[in-house]
Write a protein that binds this ligand. Structure first.
Ligand SMILES: O=C(O)CCC(=O)C(=O)O
Length: 304
């Protein structure tokens, strides 16, 4: 199909081969193969536009923004109870995962408790502004930093896409406080403004600018994939529980292979927003298709 595009241009390569290149206004690139299933992107519950504007401005300026007390106390407690039962006994396998940190992976297959956090309307509203339509969930994890844990190495979340900085972010993430985040209990640490940096790793001087994200439980920090951050050291006597959702551009590979980690029947129990972000969606014209058709057909039990 690519070779017969009506508006293909000719581009003479240095090796003598002629490569046909589609222009951006080609029939192929402009066509949508998903017309039977209009995207549900942007259809979440409305939130105050003024508030979104304020948060968006702060996010672009600092690389992160705190959404304070966006989850009610009763819901936080309900989520905590479910997650406590599911946390593994063992800790991480290395200094990055944290040798005194419990991590729950494959969350959606085990519990739907975190779904409302992943698809919080304020989060989706901000993501709609900083990522392309039909962005995806890249991974969902629960992170419990135990007393005595050392600080996680600073990193930025989209570092595994091998494109040099400075560049746009290819993802964004939330860390949702299910315990109060304090200065000494392992609150996430961020370097404000580091989302605009070139490719340099933080120097000692940069690290001195890092600050803990102090927020009450039920709050979350949302940051761009280019922001340098890390889990803090836990000098307190109690664990620090959080859930974290990472999102990516709709053309980028997700970290978690949700097609394999979330059984079809489980995906059917998720909302249309979650289904879209898991990958039951199309990035036009064709990315995400199954047998040349929209992947939602699988959810509806339609023949492939
Ligand atoms: O737990 C945190 O506060 C941050 C964790 C994190 O950034 C990560 O594991 O990639």
């Amino acid at each position: 199909m690519l070779c017969t595009g009506a508006s293909a241009n000719r581009d003479k390569r240095g090796n003598g081969m002629t490569q046909r290149v589609l222009s951006g206004d080609s029939e192929y690139l402009k066509s949508g193969y998903a017309k039977a299933y209009p995207s549900t992107a942007g259809s979440q519950a409305a939130v105050s536009v003024a508030e979104l504007e304020r948060l968006h401005t702060a996010l672009l300026r600092d690389g992160y923004v705190i959404l304070e007390r966006v989850v009610g106390a009763a819901e936080v407690e309900r989520i905590r109870q479910q997650l406590r039962e599911l946390l593994p006994e063992h800790c991480g396998r290395n200094g990055f995962e944290g040798t005194l940190t419990q991590r729950l992976y494959g969350v959606i297959a085990k519990t739907l408790a975190c779904n409302p956090l992943v698809e919080h309307p304020l989060v989706l509203g901000l993501l709609d502004r900083v990522l392309s339509p039909n962005y995806l969930l890249s991974q969902l994890q629960v992170i419990n930093i135990l007393p005595g844990e050392r600080a996680q190495p600073l990193h930025h979340d989209d570092a595994f896409y091998p494109v040099p900085r400075p560049r746009p972010h290819y993802g964004a993430a939330t860390i949702i406080a299910l315990d109060d985040f304090t200065a000494d209990n392992g609150a996430t640490v961020v370097i404000p403004g580091s989302h605009t940096w070139d490719g340099h790793a933080p120097t000692a001087q940069d690290c001195a600018q890092a600050i803990p994200v102090i927020m009450p439980k039920g709050s979350m920090v949302l940051f761009l994939g280019t922001l340098w951050h890390g889990g803090g050291a836990n000098h307190s006597a109690l664990p620090r529980l959080a859930a974290t959702a990472q999102y990516c551009e709709p053309w980028a590979r997700q970290q978690e292979n949700f097609s394999l980690s979330v059984p079809l029947q489980r995906a059917r129990e998720c909302s249309p927003h979650l289904q879209r972000m898991l990958g039951y969606s199309i990035h036009p014209p064709f990315m995400g298709m199954v047998n040349g058709m929209h992947p939602r057909r699988l959810l509806d039990g339609k023949p492939q």
